[in-house]
Design a protein around this ligand. Structure first.
Ligand code: B12
Length: 371
């Protein structure tokens, strides 16, 4: 006689979902959702009912959640969802976790307005959205792989946002700029905080040019919370040798050419073979891509002042769309500003950069549909 077993062997869970109701005592809906998710191999953590957004975040951190799903019942308490969105962002989790809104007080519009990623009408839709999110997550390259694939002049799964950020990161982490440029730990802390908060693909360790100049003999004055000033410059003609020494250690080099210096572009591949180059917005991105795009990786060059800091998020989105169209096809491209990310760049503009990547930056890049 053949015995058929209906019990399934459990492997690794499909993903981890934290469930909670923040605005009151309701438990029936979340229990149903939990049962449906568990039946489909998700690990479920009940954060509880009538709980604060703060507690939801603690649970999400402890569980290493992939998804946080909340049920809302009272429309006048929807601000709790916004608060949860902001707390997740503060904890550096917002770019890793999908936030699903459900329950009778929710809707698609409400989800958008209060910072959730989507609205699910019932348990079945919660399950569908968790599954879709997890399958996208599993198919994604790691941030490192994405950055390195572009550097190998191959198309990655999407465009990387490689933020060349110093004062912006220091301010975000509440660290004095003089500490940022002179203490490795302070710089690392600021960069990691910004990277987590905004979902950048890299941590770009760079310091103010005056500090480089100081290390080769220039005289520098360092104010507390402002950029250092070079009082007496030093000339340093050994770039090529320096780059070679760095690459001999296995680290790629990024050259930054500040200002309107198109004359640097043709020489860059010889000075920094197999590396990357960033130049400012005055240099035409498309021209540079055509000239050296098959030899080295190019960082896009948005106007940090007029667009990233002073522009509206729509301006950022449009400029990014154009940059991706001009230079992303084929790989060898990282998305960024033409210079350092401005200290006071509005966070919504930074988020618009990531939105542009999601909308236009998936490989293969479809140029026709973007024009
Ligand atoms: C049961 C119930 C209660 C029970 C809850 C018991 C419990 N342990 O859950 C009790 C009696 C405690 C209760 C209390 C109150 N209730 Co009541 N309650 C209901 C009722 C009748 C059913 C809700 C329910 O569980 N439905 C069954 C579930 C399975 O269906 P569902 O909600 O559609 O769930 C699906 C999705 O919405 C989603 N979902 C739901 N929850 C969650 C949670 C998560 C995490 C996720 C991911 C998804 C998800 O997935 C579910 C499965 O597909 C509704 C009326 C109604 N018909 O909806 C009122 C209702 C929700 N209650 C209401 C109110 C006002 C209250 C009170 C504030 C009234 C008062 N002033 O005393 C109090 C709370 C007071 C307090 N201080 O806490 C209002 C809310 C109105 C509003 N939108 O502003 C409703 C709509 C009644 C009404 N028409 O006035 N309530």
């Amino acid at each position: 006689m053949k015995i058929v077993s209906f019990s399934r062997e459990r492997g690794a869970p499909e993903g981890t979902v934290v469930l909670g109701v923040m605005d009151g005592p309701w438990t029936i809906g979340s229990r149903i959702v939990a049962a449906v998710l568990e039946t489909h191999d998700f690990k479920v953590v009940h954060a509880g009912s009538d709980i604060a957004s703060e507690h939801m975040v603690t649970q999400a951190v402890a569980a290493r959640a992939d998804v946080v799903a909340v049920g809302s019942y009272l429309s006048y308490k929807l601000n709790q969802v916004k608060e949860l969105d902001e707390r997740l962002a503060k904890a550096g989790l917002r770019n890793k976790i999908r936030l699903i809104l459900s329950g009778p007080a929710g809707s698609k519009r409400v989800a958008e307005e209060y910072g959730a990623d989507s609205y699910a009408r019932d348990a079945e839709e919660v399950l569908e959205q968790c599954r879709a999110f997890m399958s996208g997550k599993k198919a994604e390259m790691t941030a490192r792989r994405r950055v390195m694939t572009a550097l190998e002049l191959q198309p990655p799964d999407g465009v990387s946002l490689v933020a060349f950020s110093m004062t912006f990161s220091a301010k975000h982490a509440d660290i004095e700029f003089s500490d940022y440029v002179s203490q490795a730990e302070a710089m690392a802390e600021a960069e990691i905080k910004a990277c987590r908060r905004f979902g950048w693909d890299n941590v770009c360790n760079s310091t103010d040019v005056a500090i480089f100049a100081q290390s080769v003999g220039a005289e520098v004055y360092m104010p507390e919370d402002d950029i250092p000033r070079i009082i007496k410059p030093a000339i340093y003609p050994f770039d090529k040798e320096l780059f070679k020494r760095i690459t001999d250690y296995g680290a790629p080099v990024l050259i930054h050419c500040c200002g309107n210096v198109p004359q640097c572009i043709p020489f860059a591949p010889a000075v920094n073979p197999g590396g990357a180059i960033q130049f400012d917005y005055q240099v035409k991105l498309k021209w540079a891509k055509e000239l050296i795009g098959d030899k080295m990786t190019i960082m896009s060059n948005l106007d940090c002042n007029q667009v990233l800091q002073l522009g509206l998020k729509e301006d950022v989105l449009e400029a990014r769309r154009r940059a991706i169209q001009d230079a992303a096809p084929g790989g060898g491209f990282w998305l960024s500003g033409g210079c350092e990310i401005p200290r006071d760049m509005p966070y919504e503009n930074m988020e618009a950069m990531l939105k542009a990547i999601k909308e236009y930056g998936r490989y293969p890049i479809v140029t026709e549909s973007m024009s």
